[in-house]
Design a protein around this ligand. Structure first.
Ligand SMILES: [Zn+2]
Length: 59
């Protein structure tokens, strides 16, 4: 399976508190952990840069 950052949804796990959350694969603003506010992804120049590796990608 190709890891495509354009996927619709991805599951991210916070490296700090291990919280798992699902977010859009393409985000227009920074994504922070819902629990501890650790940054998980950020948007740079229209591209999503994941700070933590997505666990899986969901259609
Ligand atoms: Zn967290």
């Amino acid at each position: 399976m190709k890891r495509n950052p354009e996927s619709k949804f991805v599951k991210l796990r916070c490296p700090k508190c291990k919280n798992e959350q699902i977010t859009f694969g393409k985000v227009s603003s920074a994504i922070n952990c819902h629990v501890c506010q650790e940054p998980l992804a950020q948007s740079t120049g229209g591209k999503t840069r994941f700070i933590t590796q997505p666990l899986e990608q969901l259609e």
